[in-house]
Design a protein around this ligand. Structure first.
Ligand SMILES: Nc1nc2c(ncn2[C@@H]2O[C@H](COP(=O)(O)OP(=O)(O)O)[C@@H](O)[C@H]2O)c(=O)[nH]1
Ligand SMILES: [Mg+2]
Length: 428
């Protein structure tokens, strides 16, 4: 696939009132077209110039304009960036002026797509850029920026080379008679196989944690009615999310709220109180609470008294006793908090964060379904290798190389691009 020859442009910043807005323009001939609507006629590349954008003889806006010469630009093509004033009227007028010059609006991710096609970026780097643009929490940003250094490509390359060496050794068994082969070859192959499996398993383990960093951790709050569950949710959300009353059974369905605590994303699920139900709606509510507890990464169990043993079936939990402001009696093994005074809440949130993230993640991690699936497919093939069936083994190693190389290679490029760019934003 060749990148299209059109000159494309897009607003790279959000449309709306702001101090400045940035337009990006890319494509062969873009320099000439921008000069034809500029007060300045000579530009040095990569140097920002004060420049009036013109509509005929009329000034549209006073801008800072920067020219980038191919191949030294984000897309690898000739590019221009125009920083203009960020009002809606300026943005609209510049858009119209550029459209009049036979440039067209870029599709989402089209700049990065061109960068990819012009070998300015690898497929993995393009995906990492999406992650960086979409990062909402500090830890999401940290993973994305560390992946941007090319560490994912390096990992894939390494595994791919190890697999090719393994394949060569297996093929040697097929091609040569036993007496010509080194004695240790079977042991050696088994050793190599184990190493590669371990390498892939390790990165998959790390990656499953990273997917929680991307998608957030889920925490369900359960306990008897009136133990202060909804009040706690409201306290940490700083607003009314759940209805709070002293009538037991007020919360009858799951109420979720997502927030950023200590650099990570958490989804809290407030549930119906666990008690003997009085009607069918309440019964369903209680069943849903338990289902949610089963699926979540951690549960906060709010206690009334010392009824801890009621919750022995609940996995991964922290006990909480609320209303410390009115009752200072502590329960052994439970966190005392108050949603009125805020007592103990910061400490509880810290405990939650420590419990969920045992170790900080370092080094390359894969966060996309596409990558995880390919790594898993390769892993299954490798684990099933049986050297007694040498021809099948060779074929399976070949297939696992295809899975691994598929993560960063450009074959199947159209399909991969569709997946990658479906969640891209315009102007990137
Ligand atoms: N004094 C005090 N009252 C609380 C606290 N948390 C909740 N309550 C009160 O306890 C009652 C039940 O609270 P709620 O959050 O609805 O409990 P839930 O049924 O477990 O969700 C309400 O009247 C709340 O105002 C707290 O920390 N201190
Ligand atoms: Mg409630």
């Amino acid at each position: 696939m060749k990148p299209s020859k059109d000159i494309i442009f897009a607003l790279a910043t959000q449309k709306g009132k702001s101090g400045i807005a940035v337009f990006r323009i890319s494509g062969k001939g873009s320099h000439k077209l921008v000069k034809s609507i500029s007060s300045k006629k000579k530009f040095k590349t990569k140097l920002t110039s004060l420049n009036n954008i013109l509509d005929g003889k009329n000034i549209v806006d006073q801008t800072l304009t920067t020219f980038f010469k191919s191949p030294k630009s984000y897309t690898g093509e000739d590019m221009v960036e125009i920083s203009c004033h960020g009002s809606i009227s300026v943005i609209n007028k510049i858009t119209k002026t550029l459209l009049k010059k036979q440039m067209r609006l870029a599709e989402p991710g089209e700049f990065t797509k061109r960068a990819l096609m012009n070998d300015k970026l690898s497929v993995l780097e393009a995906e990492t850029i999406i992650d960086l643009v979409n990062a909402e929490t500090e830890n999401q940003r940290k993973i994305a920026i560390s992946n941007l250094s090319g560490s994912l490509d390096k990992f894939i390359n390494e595994v791919s080379n190890k697999l090719k060496k393994l394949l060569a050794d297996i093929e040697a068994i097929i091609d040569f008679a036993d007496e010509d082969l080194p004695k240790e070859i079977y042991k050696n192959i088994t050793e190599q196989k184990k190493n590669i499996i371990k390498k892939i398993e390790n990165i998959l383990k790390k990656s499953s944690l990273s997917s929680q960093i991307y998608n957030g951790f889920t925490i369900t709050i359960i306990g008897k009615p009136n133990t202060g569950k909804s009040s706690f949710i409201n306290y940490i959300n700083n607003k009314e999310v759940s209805i709070v009353t002293n009538i037991p059974g007020t919360t009858i369905d799951l109420v979720t709220s997502t927030l950023d605590i200590l650099d990570d994303k958490y989804t809290f699920v407030d549930t119906a109180g666990i008690r003997k139900y009085k009607n069918l709606i309440e019964k369903i509510g209680i069943e849903r609470s338990l289902e949610s507890a089963e699926k979540s990464d951690l549960n906060l169990v709010f206690l009334k008294n010392n009824e801890k043993k009621n919750y022995s079936e609940i996995k991964s939990k922290i006990f909480v006793k609320s209303k410390y402001d009115t009752n200072k009696k502590k329960i052994n093994g439970a966190h005392s908090i108050s949603s009125v005074s805020g007592y103990g809440i910061e400490k509880l949130l810290k405990t939650i964060s420590i419990q969920l993230k045992k170790k900080p993640i370092s080094g390359p991690v894969f966060s996309r379904e596409r990558h995880i699936e390919s790594l898993n497919n390769a892993l299954i093939l490798l684990k099933g290798l049986d050297l007694k069936e040498i021809d099948i083994s060779a074929e399976n190693v070949r297939r696992s190389i295809m899975y691994i190389d598929g993560i960063y290679q450009k074959f199947d490029i159209e399909k991969i691009l569709d997946i990658i760019f479906s969640d891209f934003c315009i102007g990137k």
